[in-house]
Ligand binder design. Sequence first.
Ligand SMILES: [Zn+2]
Length: 672
Amino acid sequence: MHHLRFRQVHLDFHTSPAIPGIGLSFDKKEWQATLRAGHVNSITLFAKCHHGWHYHFTEKGKLHPKLGFDLLRAQFDACKEININAPIYISAGLDCMILDEHPEWQVVYVNPDTQHTYVASPLAPGFHRVCFNSPYMEYLCEQIQETVNLFPNCDGIFLDIISQPECVCSSCLKVMADNGLDPRSQKDRRRCSEMALERYYQMSTMAATYANPEMPVFHNSGHVTPGKRKMLKEYFSHLELESLPTGGWGYDHFPLSAKYVQGIDLDFLGMTGKFHTTWGEFGGYKHPNALIYECAAMMAYGAKCSIGDQLHPSGKLDESTYQMIGQAYAEVEKKEPWCDHVESVADIGLLTAAAVNASAARDIPGDIGAGRVLLEGHFLFDVIDMDSDFKKYKMLILPDEIQIDAKLKKRLDAYLGKGGKLLLSGTSGLDAEGKMMFDVGGEVKGKSPFCPDYVRFGDDVRPPSISSPMVMYLPSQRLKVTDGISLGDVHDSYFNRTDYRHFCSHQHTPNRLEASGFSAGVMKGQIMYLAHPMFGIYRGWGCVPVGEFLRNAIRLLLGDSCSVRTNMPSMARLNVMHQPKEKRYVLHLLYANTLARGGHINVNGVQSRGMIEVIEDLLPLPNVEVWLSLPKGVKSATLEPQGVPLSLVEDGTGVSLKVDSVTCHQMVALNY
Ligand SMILES: [Zn+2]
């Protein structure tokens, strides 16, 4: 397995041919000193950028027209001289220069106005997509081979923008004709895109590894879609989880992505950015505290770290950026011994709808909502797919929209037979005809005609401050409890807000006073079913009492099998990793407040990006208490990396500990 270093920089370098003096401010000594000051021990350097230009002498592409020397060679040798790893970046899916020469290699959209990614108009500023079914692939592979020939001791090849939109270019039309596919059918166009991607993966991986089968390769698509393990095994040496919290991914994308990939046998890193927003933001900076937190979060979830930067065309590394990176990476360096070769510890398996429904979407509401509830409730969980071992978990959650086929039914029955617990919501648990496939203690009778409806939750699960009917923003399944325990009554509204004679006040119509006779949820033995797509509601509306209800429901079902309890607030994060070689668990306590700053403005045609979630302050969290019951009996504890012993109190079922104050990130080594 390719073993990654902890402190990487991803150094973007997409440089317009209209800018002069490329690389003229590169100075080897200064470059080395800046990277050292940043505590960087690996940096991804550029062979070819999205503009399509090379930054090294090449016979297979073209040197940037304003570059007069071999910049990549100079950067590369400067890094290697001081033992800094240097993987090499090659832009695959975007290449402006070659599309000027071969416009027939460009992706052609059926509906350019609605379908395009990047830019559609030839006159608009921005990059254009190349088609992986076109002869561009042969051109790209020659460049990959040339790069590994010129830099045989590089630490990997990073290939970027790996996706294939639906395309009707002449190459794709030919592929579809040869394979009996109809370009007028979206399904067939998608099949053609899959074939293009397969062609890309095979050819590019072969090119990168043709001289050295051990050459690491990573193909970046901005997200690792669950359920594609075969592809990862065949074509990837490791994973880089691109997830810039302020760049559109949000602060909860990375933990969920990490909790999925930690179950795959590949080393991985988290990739954030130094930018205030996202890639390409020259002169954009976040607060150093944000980077410190983001790197700590990567380590807490079992990842190595990478920080995205973009090099100025002059070739000089930015002083402020590397000071900031240095603050974060100095912390990382101290913590590495507790964060390498780790495995997750989990009570709950969150089966992602992305893996079951074969959807490529990144933002599936039920998955994201469930992930947030589990993070905010400090549950130990993994995100899992159909290849995961269900038996490892005390409880499985199938959020909102997981349809049950015969194969999944059989696996879940076996899991329940061994005593596992199962939480279903929305249409999860139903078959294709809408029939409930498990004995949940109630009957499901189709979708409610009311949207929204209301729920008065039962005392076992209700949010602490609310005993009245609460609005539920998405429709429920009609659930009649038979021999299970109801979790609350559904109240219908008087009518849906539909037309001029059927509306009331500013939003939805109020609840009827009498209960509808249907339930909001039911529990019978090991199974709980929630009639609303409750995780999606939480994802979409973020209503705090809905989150509180969901945490209570999960705790009720999990009961005594819960391995951890804490008094930390919902904004804090807790994770436990196992370090078997060191015979210890490592408890990670994380805390930073993310705040919404910024908003939509338009001043003389200049538009802002809208609200952005930022971190500025790192406030101490006092008197953190944690109770843990782990598979191996814990004998002693120390605060790390400080090395300060911490007293443990045994209560026969587990151990409790108290940390006087947590600022940003505290590890506790639990030795067994
Ligand atoms: Zn095409």
